[in-house]
Design a protein around this ligand. Structure first.
Ligand SMILES: [Zn+2]
Length: 286
């Protein structure tokens, strides 16, 4: 609490602190996720493709609109860093910050993964999560956060003074470069703040610093999403492994992750509306 050391509190400090919190974005008016339809649709689905993401690497995958995809824990406890783009337009990508503001610091079944401005529509809806039981632990931590950014070699250089090339940022950059057949420096500009899949995180109670602890994910666990638009995804198997000790090095045990693409019977989604980009005209008062 270094900010308060030389700053005496005013006489009405407690009164000022006692105001009630107001939710910034009441989300009752969000378009409904339609989970009943999705849960019925998933009962008819069959797996049509899968990729294995090697440890300390990333892999890319495509999910057609109206399909499901799963990120599956395979051989050991492992965290994944997820990026999503509109498969037809890389400028529309996952908006971690607004997803946090609209839902919460950690996401679960029924929450949507929103895209950047000026699109601002659900790219994917979370339909199943075998770690849904975890909730909030005694440290205030939860699973699948949208508060972290991704481990990257620039912050690593800043804090440790050395270079590590298998941070999630670099893994995602290489994976996108390979997928799009573009130079890695061009791909890097499209890599964005992630959904931290399976990661167990929170803020410390005393200093409110971002912390991580060993992920509770075990082989067989998965999180499942419904693609609301045609998606290009990239997933990095973080060099932090279960993120119970450190990251941005080769020290932690790391394991592969599997991404599975599942196709439901088309008629199971009959009548379901897919989201359009925001109708705001973009005139900004001019
Ligand atoms: Zn990472």
């Amino acid at each position: 609490m270094h900010r308060t050391i030389d700053m005496p509190a005013p006489s009405d400090a407690e009164e000022r602190r006692s105001k009630p919190p107001v939710v910034v974005y009441p989300n009752e008016t969000l378009p409904p996720a339609g989970l009943d339809v999705l849960h019925a649709a998933r009962r008819s689905m069959s797996k049509i493709a899968e990729i294995i993401v090697p440890p300390r690497e990333a892999g890319s995958f495509r999910v057609p609109k109206g399909h499901f995809f799963r990120i599956v824990s395979t051989e050991g406890s492992q965290v994944g860093d997820l990026n999503l783009w509109n498969a037809a337009d890389l400028s529309e990508r996952f908006f971690s910050g607004k997803t946090r503001a609209l839902h919460a610091t950690h996401v679960g079944v029924g929450d949507r993964l929103w895209s950047t401005l000026p699109y601002l529509r659900p790219m994917a809806t979370i339909t199943y999560d075998t770690l849904g039981w975890y909730g909030w632990d005694a440290d205030g931590a939860g699973i699948h956060d949208v508060i972290g950014t991704r481990c990257d070699p620039y912050t690593n250089r800043l804090l440790k003074g050395d270079d590590y090339h298998h941070c999630c940022h670099s893994n995602l950059s290489r994976a996108l470069a390979s997928e799009m057949n573009i130079p890695v420096r061009e791909a890097e500009a499209h890599v964005h703040d992630v959904l931290n899949v399976f990661m167990c995180t929170g803020f410390t109670r005393d200093t409110h610093q971002y912390f991580m602890k060993a992920s509770p994910v075990r082989p067989g666990d998965f999180i499942e999403f419904f693609a609301e638009i045609d998606l290009l995804g990239a997933l990095s198997a973080c060099p932090g492994g279960d993120c119970g000790s450190g990251h941005s090095s080769d020290l932690a045990p790391c394991y592969p992750l599997r991404v599975e693409i599942w196709q439901p019977e088309p008629e199971s989604l009959a009548g379901r509306a897919f989201p359009e980009r925001s109708p705001y005209p973009g005139t900004h008062g001019l």
